[in-house]
Design a binder for this molecule. Structure first.
Ligand SMILES: *[C@@H]1O[C@H](CO)[C@@H](O)[C@H](O)[C@H]1NC(C)=O
Ligand SMILES: *[C@@H]1O[C@H](CO)[C@@H](O)[C@H](O)[C@H]1NC(C)=O
Length: 442
């Protein structure tokens, strides 16, 4: 039996459609245009390839400018879809070569303009200008552009010189000559040294030769700021200005509490916590770190204890003597985002006292249960007030119903047990603040 003719027709149509879609979507080159730099003693390489594999014949319009080296498939020796373009021209001016790839099957021709020019300016690609201690090293990457502001397609295989200059801290500046307390803020790391990175192919050869390329790894080793400079160490580029970046190394610090309401005359202690490899560690205030009050009309600071002076809001600032705060406040754009932690401190009058029976916020309970009577003070706008050493909340309740086992020094928590059945009121009182009422039903 013959297959129906519509089947043959449909098949033919499908084949035709597939063929047209294929050529319409277009085989193309990975780059239609590349800009490569000219050096006296370096021949920059760039790999051009056809996005969809196939068999191509490669030609260049200017054999005096670039050399093209097609690479062939292992399977099919005549098939090449990839070519290495090597700059051989040494003349320091803009020149263009056209590379063509002809599809040996369809005859289609693909084109790439290879523009050669000299580097006019360097810049840093990386946007991070702050590093944290104890964190994975950060990659810093350069870009280069020609006089018209076009970025070079590759800086692969080009040696760069990088330098770090740490800014001296205020302390050590007074320390006199040969002061060894001056510490290095940053260090370079090779990609092979880093357990967080693999060596990028583009700088493999340079790293193996022990020199630096357009990408480096930087690691913060002490808090402070440093200037990183990169330059082209090639005679023909001595006129290109080096590029430099200011980098701030910060410790990953947290102030606790971060937002607190206290009463005038009361004192509250702040803790400084450091995040190290995902864990918080409390660090002591020392010769490096200290706390400061932003506006001393509202509060004063002594060590890590802040005292409320007058109703109002201010901030507790953590300072690092290695990081000058004018650098942080920043006229320099690089530093403007860098911040050490600050905590908000609001000095308030109490407005409201609440009493609750935890854990269920319900006064109906049974005999022999453990509970906490929680008393809390609030501001007029419902922010909870933290009590320090100076104040205490008073409370009264029937101890023959609820037996107190432990009471916090500020009186805000009474841990105990219900020991008899009955009903009895619970009252809390804080200075002039009207008290709220609870009522045990056991
Ligand atoms: C380009 O490739 C050639 C041949 O492999 C090599 O000798 C040369 O060092 C390469 N250039 C760069 C800048 O890596
Ligand atoms: C009272 O002190 C305890 C610890 O002693 C604290 O957890 C609690 O937050 C304090 N209560 C108030 C209202 O400040």
């Amino acid at each position: 039996m013959k297959p129906p003719s519509w089947l043959g027709l449909t098949l033919a149509l499908v084949v035709l459609l597939t063929a047209t879609t294929r050529s319409a979507s277009g085989t193309k080159l990975n780059y239609p245009r590349v800009l490569l730099p000219i050096f006296d003693h370096i021949s920059v390489n760039f790999t051009l390839e056809v996005v969809e594999k196939g068999c191509f014949k490669w030609t260049s319009s200017r054999l005096d400018l670039i050399q093209i080296t097609p690479s062939y498939d292992d399977v099919d020796e005549d098939c090449s879809y990839r070519v290495v373009v090597t700059v051989i021209n040494k003349e320091k001016r803009r020149n263009t070569a056209i590379v063509l790839a002809e599809d040996l099957v369809t005859g289609e021709v693909l084109r790439c303009d290879v523009i050669l020019d000299v580097i006019d300016q360097l810049g840093v690609l990386t946007t991070t200008r702050e590093l944290y201690l104890e964190e994975a090293p950060e990659t810093f990457e350069l870009w280069a552009q020609d006089a018209q502001g076009n970025a070079f397609t590759t800086l692969e295989g080009i040696e760069f010189h990088w330098q770090i200059a740490s800014h001296r801290s205020h302390e050590s500046r007074h320390g006199g000559a040969g002061d060894s307390s001056w510490s290095q803020v940053l260090r370079f790391l090779t990609f092979s040294e880093s357990k967080f990175h693999v060596v990028p192919r583009a700088i493999e050869r340079l790293e193996a030769a022990g020199v630096q390329g357009y990408m480096v790894l930087l690691e913060g080793i002490n808090t402070g700021s440093a200037r990183v400079t990169a330059r082209l160490p090639h005679g023909e580029y001595s006129h290109v200005p080096p590029v430099d970046v200011n980098i701030m190394v910060l410790a990953n610090l947290i102030l606790n509490p971060s937002d607190v309401y206290i009463l005038p005359g009361d004192t509250i202690e702040f803790k400084v916590l450091q995040l190290k490899q995902g864990k918080l560690h409390e660090i002591a205030l020392n010769s490096q770190y200290y706390l400061e009050i932003e506006d001393e009309t509202y509060a004063s600071m002594s060590g890590n204890a802040a005292k409320g002076l007058k109703v109002g809001r201010t901030f507790v600032l953590l300072r690092d003597r290695n990081v000058p705060h004018d650098a942080l406040a920043g006229n320099d754009e690089a530093n403007s985002k860098a911040t050490l932690p600050k905590a908000s401190l609001t000095v308030v009058d109490p407005m409201k006292l609440t009493i609750n029976l935890l854990p269920h916020y319900n006064w109906v309970t049974v005999e022999g249960e453990s509970h906490e009577i929680a008393l809390n003070l609030f501001t007029h706008d419902d922010h909870q007030i933290t009590l320090g050493a100076k104040y205490k909340i008073q409370s009264t309740f029937d101890e023959s119903l609820f037996y107190p086992i432990r009471v916090t020094a500020n009186g805000s928590s009474i841990f105990g047990e219900t020991i008899a059945t009955g009903s009895s009121p619970v009252a809390g009182k804080f200075e002039k603040v009207s008290y709220d009422l609870g009522q045990f039903r056991i």
